[in-house]
Design a protein around this ligand. Structure first.
Ligand code: NCD
Length: 301
């Protein structure tokens, strides 16, 4: 398989075979050094980020590459009224690969259409976050030994959560039983769940305790204040879920708790020390997984 020059915009652009191939490359590439010598990554973050931006930077630098970019659009010419297309056309002439995070759904696709070099979507609004999906899948594979036949719960903001949108789409090909647990107002988008239902058994509920004893993995997410138009709507659902030791007692002994982070109270710190909590490991996996993705699209894997 050859991914040289390929954009990474949406998880549906990758077949199951391609996903598995990429995940299997990670352990080989994480041992490499200097294979991206002389390569330059532009990191264009129009939305806040800690993990995605820094793990991409770390990945590039560990392989001998360099990084330019901004982490606040107010530092860019967008502040002067420049549009996204012009920004991308210019940066495309400076760098070998562009990583972009932007609040607008579809923005990464637009960037990919105007850039000659590969564009990687670091999150476009509420839509997709494909590189997070690769690291989530890698984390599941490493902890469970397989991606097949798992019962996975998705908890929190399933309406706006792009990490859940990408991950569930990828998992539909792995015979996953999916449990969607959210407040009524933050359910999975109808169009997406209808697509997933064609391949996977899906259950929707509002109370985590209805399904807690069935789960191999619980993928928790934050309720995303910044996606709400009205603060009152956010306040109505804020703090709906709090995973704590009581929750663990009711769960399967070997349940693994994942979270793309940042968390804002939905997982109590008391769980951090349990073997069930794998969210920091998950965050750390961002570096080797992004090393693999960068090497592949830059034709150096
Ligand atoms: C997520 C994101 O930005 O979509 N974070 C991440 O990339 N690890 C989740 C979130 O912001 O809640």
């Amino acid at each position: 398989m050859n991914f040289s020059g390929k954009d990474i915009i949406a998880i549906e652009d990758f077949s199951k075979e391609e996903i598995v191939y990429i995940l299997n490359k990670v352990d080989e590439i994480k041992e490499k050094k200097n294979i991206l010598n002389g390569k330059l990554m532009a990191s264009l973050f129009f939305e806040p980020s800690t993990r995605t931006r820094l793990s991409f930077e770390a990945a590039m630098k560990k392989l001998g590459g360099h990084v330019i970019g901004f982490s606040d659009w107010k530092d860019s010419s967008v502040m002067k009224g420049e549009d996204l297309i012009d920004t991308i056309k210019v940066v495309d002439g400076y760098a070998d690969v562009i990583v972009i995070r932007h609040p607008q759904e579809g923005s990464a696709k637009i960037a990919a259409e105007v850039a000659n070099n590969p564009v990687i979507n670091g999150g476009d609004g509420t839509n997709q976050h494909p590189t997070q999906t690769f690291l989530d899948l890698y984390t599941i594979l490493k902890t469970k030994g397989t991606l097949e036949n798992l019962n996975i719960g998705f908890l929190g903001d399933l309406k706006y959560g792009r990490t859940v949108h990408s991950l569930t789409y990828a998992l539909k090909d792995f015979n996953t039983k999916m449990f969607f647990i959210s407040p009524e107002s933050l359910k999975m988008p109808t169009e997406l769940i209808n697509k997933i239902k064609k391949y996977s058994e899906c259950y929707e509920c509002t109370d985590i305790f209805d399904v807690v004893d069935k789960l191999d993995i619980l993928y928790a997410t934050r309720i995303q204040k910044e996606r709400f138009m009205f603060e009152d709507d956010f306040k109505r659902v804020q703090g709906t879920y709090k995973l704590d030791e009581e929750f663990l007692k009711k769960a399967r002994k070997d349940i693994k708790i994942m979270h793309p982070l940042p968390r804002v109270g939905e997982i109590k710190h008391e769980l951090d020390f349990s073997e069930n909590a794998i969210y920091f490991q998950q965050a750390h996996n961002g570096v080797p997984v992004r090393m693999a993705l960068l090497s592949l699209v830059l034709g150096k894997a």
